[in-house]
Design a protein around this ligand. Sequence first.
Ligand code: PMV
Length: 335
Amino acid sequence: MSSVSDPAQAGTLEATIAAGINIALVKYWGKAPGTDNRPAVGSLSLTLDAPGTVTRVAFEPALVADTFRLNEAEADLRPVTRLLDEVRALAGIATRARVESRNTVPTAAGLASSASGFAALGLAAWQAAGLGRAGDPLDRRLVDLVRRGSGSAPRSLLGGFARIDVETAGVHPVTAAPGLEVSLVVALCADGPKSVSSRDGMALCAETSPYYPAWVESHPADLRAAEAAIGAGDFTALGEVMEHSTMKMHACMLASRPPLRYWAAGTLAALEALVPLRRDGRAYTTMDAGPHVKALCRREDEAAVADALRPVARAVLIARPGPAAHATTWDAGAR
Ligand code: PMV
């Protein structure tokens, strides 16, 4: 007879979750003191319909060790096992897990693949271990679990606009005015993984950039402005504050010692290509800890923005607001 105290043996064996990447409109950059990977500033993001991550976690009693395959190849097991160990401790199980992940995001290229990755892994492990089911309200322990993997991952647990509060590190949906229909056009501007991880970049910036205190101090006003713009359906106000938050973050990075520059030649080429649309208030840009440019526009302008970017970008993706992390089947895959 199987033990009912061990959900893995009682048959609650596996779960598969899809999560979309999210792009911060008001950026998170910097960590609070301590070891819990809490942010030093809040953030506000948009979860996209694609690209993203699909992850299957299966707790299998016969396994002697966890396994992890990413895009059909063996991959670094350590962050996965760290998360699984936390889930096992919470669920009171010892069973090892087989983890498979399919990522349609260029991994570690500054396109937030860690956010969709940890959101999908965390929720799949959570449900497979019997800690929760599809449709449950968001459990604070799950939010903390995925944040310890990646500071931006809690935002991919939610769909659409989401906000992380600096005081509590909790994540909350941000309701948009019904008329606010936006797209995010992503221009891939360079190949290969980024040279400095965001974790190391944040530490360098906090330690050496004279602009870091100003970044932290001026941040709450941007969050308030962005949330008000979303609530009022004010695309222009949202675009302007998004652009401002991005440029402040990159100015802070550039003033580090040694300077931290995530932009490539292709980044500037993409920004240049958008100058006419920006002048008309039709496209606003944001860049993360990587070279790629994401342009926020109204839905009706997404084709024009993509057309402007195509001649200078390696690839262009048109994304729209996407759903919260959700159960799927392994075969359904990620777009
Ligand atoms: O999620 P992390 O720890 O890789 O940090 C992400 C930081 C930025 O992408 C630059 C900004 C953000 O809020 O997503």
